[in-house]
Design a protein around this ligand. Structure first.
Ligand SMILES: C[S@@+](CC[C@H](N)C(=O)[O-])C[C@H]1O[C@@H](n2cnc3c(N)ncnc32)[C@H](O)[C@@H]1O
Ligand SMILES: [Zn+2]
Length: 200
């Protein structure tokens, strides 16, 4: 369960979003994200869309061995997030990269298969970005993808088709009442065996 300090950070994000009139809408299913991350214990996490740091800090606290690289393009959000990350004492494990995703993601020079979890919480993800997440994730790694339909159902068609490709992904129960999709990269033979044995 998210700690009180995280709930305060979520409230601060809501207050900031109203005052700033911006797109820093905080993730509305922290409990679900916490449970998913606590169960999976990812070590290498990438987040796109830091806002004020609520979900980056939540994932770091739910998975105590995790290092979270989080990307944010708005300079005001980045500055506020740095403060929040420091207040929670997480600056060694939550690394904020300021700038557009199109600049900061390539600059990280991540190896294929090097990530355990990707959380996309920016505006609707481009189809090519979803494909890139597949390449960056290790087999069995998780993609948590919010805001798929932010620009309407048509824009999401190709990204959704990609995530429904069962040769590449296994869909898991979503978060935020299904608005946020969760998919596991196919390819972990041992895990697949366990899933078949334990049933749905
Ligand atoms: C929905 S908010 C993130 C909320 C945060 N994850 C939380 O739960 O509190 C999305 C954030 O992504 C940032 N963002 C959106 N598109 C971006 C882009 N192309 N490059 C960098 N940052 C971007 C926005 O500035 C905003 O702060
Ligand atoms: Zn803002």
């Amino acid at each position: 369960m998210p700690a009180p300090a995280l709930l305060a950070l979520q409230q601060a994000t809501r207050a900031h979003q109203r005052a700033h009139g911006c797109n820093a809408h905080t993730f509305e299913d922290g409990e679900g994200l916490w449970q998913l991350v606590a169960a999976h214990q990812p070590r290498r996490v990438l987040e796109l869309g830091t806002g004020l740091g609520y979900t980056a800090c939540l994932m770091a606290l739910a998975s105590p061995e995790a290092v979270v690289d989080t990307l944010e393009g708005d300079a005001i959000h980045a500055e506020l997030a740095r403060d929040q990350i420091a207040q929670l004492g997480l600056q060694q494990r939550v690394r904020l990269h300021e700038g557009s995703f199109s600049v900061t993601l390539p600059a990280l020079q991540l190896q294929a298969g090097s990530l355990d979890l990707v959380f996309f919480d920016g505006n609707m993800p481009a189809f090519v970005l979803v494909q890139r997440f597949h390449s960056l994730l290790a087999p069995g790694g998780l993609l948590v993808c919010a805001n798929l339909e932010l620009n309407g159902p048509l824009g999401a068609r190709r990204a959704k088709a990609e995530l429904n490709d069962t040769t590449r992904w296994q869909r898991l129960p979503g978060l935020e009442n299904g608005l946020t999709w969760v998919a596991r990269k196919q390819g972990d033979a041992a895990l697949q065996h366990e899933l078949v044995r334990s049933g749905p």
